[in-house]
Write a new protein. Structure first.
Length: 373
């Protein structure tokens, strides 16, 4: 019998990699997509199947985590063996702008799916994965952070995710649902949303290198993160649902870098050496030397990074470092992609896109590199 999975957030970074992963394992994959005024399925277009063919194994359904009746109907129609709840308003800074919406989708959205499982009597059939986050640790109480480290959320996003974490635990204990939290530390890829810090850096520097933009405006570049690759992390999401007993796991690399170091590494990939001058909001980085021809639009002395306090958060998470010992010991999970390989992949992808745009511009076509930063 083919297993059936339902993924909320299938059009996002993780959802798209997880859908590929499950299809390769022979699953029938159903995904929830939101109605938007323009198409938002770019990350899954390569696995899209024409609705006119029979026996599709990848099917998208319109839906929203704020809409219980729609969720109940989709769970009823698809009768999933596994639900991966990846859908969320996932941007921490945006959650300060839209706290109520974030709570509705990220906290109550999780409850709505768990209730759908219960209302439909699927407690013994459907396994549930909740996309929990290292943001729960916020103002960190212990370094490195593991499954037993106390939570101290520092944003409306993290507070909403804390509700989702505990309601998942509660439905496991109260109703015997196989439900797990993956407490995932930051993970990135060439499919990362453009306004998260890593992609903002690789894309921004690539555009500057090709003469499509002038400067990258950053917030707190001293923040420390434990960054892994999304492909390694979605594999782990699946592994968590294949155990005999449901449990919560921290997923991290156990290695930490600053945002500043990520900027340096990305610049090196572009053949640039940067010099950081000043401190805090007055800080900027200029090109100290250039090697190779990946940055034809730049010259030594050009300022490529400036600090703009508008990107500071009202309450910041300064440092995150995970301890994945439990996941390694119990599940045999080992991350395969290093940070340097990931930076190389992300810069190569963004440089390729920037080169295409630069070529179009050179030939008189209008190009937009996206002004929303
Ligand atoms: P993305 O922001 O790339 O994707 C989020 C997905 O959720 C998109 O498909 C989005 O749809 C969808 N979505 C947003 N709002 C709603 C809604 N109201 N109803 C239904 N779907 C909605 O996130 P990631 O792939 O990076 O992360 C996946 C999950 O893991 C998220 O829950 C995130 O909070 C969590 N997480 C992520 C980490 C990371 O480092 N990436 C680390 C820890 C946890 P659309 O495409 O239409 O916007
Ligand atoms: P984060 O990721 O908040 O950790 O949440 P993000 O990449 O947005 O920020 C990481 C750190 O970089 C600092 N920073 C900036 N961030 C952004 N976005 N833009 C900037 O210009 C900038 N300058 C500095 C931030 O202040 C922060 O300290 C991500 C999301 O994927 C969540 O959904 C997920 O739960 C957590 O990772 C784990």
């Amino acid at each position: 019998m083919q297993k059936v999975a339902l993924i909320t957030g299938v059009t996002g970074q993780d959802g798209s990699y997880l859908a590929e992963f499950l299809l390769a394992k022979g699953y029938i994959v159903h995904g929830l997509k939101r109605r938007a005024s323009s198409l938002n399925t770019e990350r899954v277009d390569h696995i899209y199947q024409d609705p006119h063919i029979d026996n599709r194994n990848f099917v998208l359904h319109y839906g929203d985590l704020s809409d219980s009746s729609n969720l109940i109907r989709i769970v009823q129609q698809t009768q999933p063996d596994e639900i991966y709840n990846l859908g969320a308003q996932s941007h921490v800074a945006v959650s300060f702008e839209s706290p109520e919406y974030t709570a509705d989708v990220d906290a109550l959205g999780t409850l709505r799916i768990l209730e759908a499982i219960r209302i439909l009597g699927l407690e013994k059939k459907t396994r549930f994965y909740q996309a929990s986050t290292s943001e729960l640790y916020g103002l960190v109480q212990e370094i490195p952070q593991k499954e037993t480290t106390p939570f101290y959320p520092r944003s409306p996003y993290a507070v909403a995710k804390m509700y989702a974490y505990w309601i998942t635990v509660n439905y496991r204990e109260a109703y015997g649902i196989y439900a797990c939290n993956g407490i995932l530390f930051n993970h990135e890829s060439e499919r990362r949303g453009e306004t998260f810090v890593t992609r903002k850096i690789t894309r921004g520097l690539s555009n500057i290198a090709q003469g499509l933009d002038q400067c990258l405006y950053m917030g707190n570049i001293d923040a420390l993160r434990d960054w892994g690759h999304a492909k390694d992390y979605v594999r782990m999401q699946w592994m968590m649902l294949q155990q005999n007993q449901p449990e919560d796991f921290v997923i991290a690399t156990g290695v930490q870098y600053s945002v500043r170091e990520f900027i340096q590494k990305s610049a090196t990939q572009l053949g640039l050496t940067l010099e950081f001058i000043g401190e805090g909001a007055s800080e900027y980085a200029q090109v100290a030397s250039i090697e190779g021809d990946k940055a034809p639009a730049l010259k030594v002395g050009d300022v490529v990074v400036r600090i703009d306090p508008r990107y500071y958060r009202p309450t910041e998470v300064e440092t995150l470092l995970g301890d994945p010992t439990k996941a390694k010991a119990k599940l045999g999970w080992i991350p395969e992609i290093t940070l340097d390989q990931m930076v190389e992949e992300m810069v190569a992808n963004d440089l390729d896109q920037a080169r295409q745009s630069a070529l179009l511009k050179e030939h008189g076509y209008k190009v937009s590199v996206g002004l929303e930063r």
